[in-house]
Write a protein that binds this ligand. Sequence first.
Ligand SMILES: *[C@@H]1O[C@H](CO)[C@@H](O)[C@H](O)[C@H]1NC(C)=O
Length: 261
Amino acid sequence: MRLASLSLLLAAAASLLLGVSADAVPADGAPESFPGDAFLQLLNKTPLPKFATKLILPAPSPTARRQLDLFRTAALARNLTSLLSPINAFHFPTFQKCELTKDENPVLPFTSPALEDYFTDIFTSIPKLTQRKLALSRFDLFHAHVFANTATRTAGVVFHSREYPAENDKTFPYNLGFCQVGSDEPFDDAVMRRRNLVWVMDSSTPGGSLYWIDMADKTGNADVDAVLQDGPFYTLYETDLGHVLADFYYLNGEPLGVSLY
Ligand SMILES: *[C@@H]1O[C@H](CO)[C@@H](O)[C@H](O)[C@H]1NC(C)=O
C-alpha cells in the first residue's frame, strides 16, 4: 500500500461521516482553507523558512510558460482534462504484483510536449539537484501529486521520493507491500526527512518554483508545522496543501503519465 493511501482513506471516511463530498466546491466561491495554507504562504517569503531549500530549475521556454499558465488555470478550475491526451493513454509498468499507480487505469500523457518536457525535466533533475541523495527508481522517486490551493491561488505538485525503503528489523520494521519487495534503498533518517519536494506556481511565480523540504526543521508556528509530519515516514500529504487533482508517474524510459482523481 502506498504511504499516502491510508490518509486518503481516512479523509474519504471523514467526508462520508461529515456528509460532504471532498469534491464539493464551496457554493459561494469562497476560498477553502487547507492545513497547508500558512506553509504555502511562507514559500513566497524572503528569507525562506529554514525547512525549504529552493532548487533552481532551468527557465521554461515561452511555450512552456504559456502551457504552465493553462495548467495553473485548469488546476484552479479543478479540471485538467483539456490538457491530456486520452488517445495516447498507456499502462504504466508493473513489477510482478507491484502496481505503482493509484488504480489500474491507464495513465494519460499531456497533449503539449512542452508541458510533458517541463515536468519530466523536474523528475530527471531532482537527483542532481539533491546531490544524488534522491534517485529516480520505483523504490524512490517515481510519482508526484497535483493539487490546487484556492487561498493562495496556487497550482502545485508534491514529489514523493523514498517511497519504498527496504524493510529492516532494526531501522525500518514496516511492511509496505508488494512494491517494497526487492527495495535497494536502505532506510536513512537523514535522507527520509528530506523526501518531499514541492513545486508551486501562483500569480507571482510564473514558471513555478521548486522547494526541497526538510520535514524535521519545524518553525515553532503550529499553523505552518501542521504539515511537517514526523518520522519515520515524514510524508508531506498533498491533501494538506489543497484539492488533489491528479498523480504524475514517471520512470526512466517512459513518458510522463497523468492519472486523474
Ligand atoms: C472538464 O473539461 C472538459 C473539456 O475540457 C469538459 O468536457 C468536462 O465536462 C469538464 N468536466 C467537468 C467536471 O467540469
